[in-house]
Design a protein around this ligand. Sequence first.
Ligand code: ACO
Length: 317
Amino acid sequence: MAVPPKILTNSDLEKMVDTSDEWIQVRTGIRERHILNDNEVISTYAFLAAKEALDKANLQGEDLNLIICATLTPDYLMPSLAILLQKELSAVNAGAFDLSATCSGFIYALVIADQFIRSHPDWKILVVGAEALSRKTNWEDRTTCVLFGDGAGAVIVTGSKEEERGIIDFILGADGSNWPLLTLKGGGSAYFPFDERLPKDEYYIKMQGREVFKIAVRMMEKLASEILERNNLKPQDLALLIPHQANMRIIEYLREKLELPPERVFINIQRYGNTSAASIPIALYEAEREGRIKKGDIVLLVAFGGGFTFASVLLRW
Ligand code: ACO
């Protein structure tokens, strides 16, 4: 993983909008978030995360067969973030594309990688979740600007001779019926560049938080319960649950519903905020580094985000 060094604390935000450290911590669990400096780009951090993943796997860029980047905020719409990584990593043998599935993007990308591995077990696939949400944040809107952060995480997916290991099951889902609750309209093709029909605040993420919250808690619980049930597992069989880090209260609700003790649920939202597609790979990296997941452990990843999209992956580490 890699995050920009610049940290924006809740007390910094108190000077920018009408908010308080207490409100942010009680309502979201967030204390601080990392954000890009004005002259930085997120591909820098996606590259650092990808390079570290390659080094840990003892691989070079040229060993990669595919690069998938889950992101809502690539440096450019063209070329994609995956292409920029292909160049920087000299991944001359790899195909490369970006995937847009908001906060569920990393799990979507992981599942796609898994499908390729099942037909080409010797392939090495780089899966990245990278996000520069600070660039799409309206810093005058207190209802959203306290939530988001920037960062990147990466994994290498490949075949294993140990048959038990890897992805056991997944759920990918979507529900477009409520899409107006969480939007980023500017920059797409519905409007011309600098279109006067589009209000300026539509160039930033807009969210009806309370409504999204209600759907998020329900969906996160449904995703986790369904995938466990159909694999004849109980929550207690999980070594670790790694949920998307959108709001501490959503995570706590999920933990209580599953009756899991705090040490079985990974939480780092206090330090990063919501980094959308980067949140799960960053959490996965830190969980492994802290020794909270070991070889053979059963781990559940669950995410929900704009669209709406939702996804879960059950895996044996
Ligand atoms: N500081 C102080 N007060 C605030 C702030 C703030 N930063 N933001 C809102 N308030 C006020 C509101 O104006 C409101 O005041 P009112 O009662 O006088 O109207 C009050 O606090 C409560 O506002 P709510 O929106 O009801 O607060 P809530 O408890 O729902 O928390 C939050 C808001 C944190 C956004 C929550 O709704 C949430 O986490 N939603 C879900 C987020 C999510 O899961 N998103 C999906 C992934 S994101 C993606 O895909 C990019």
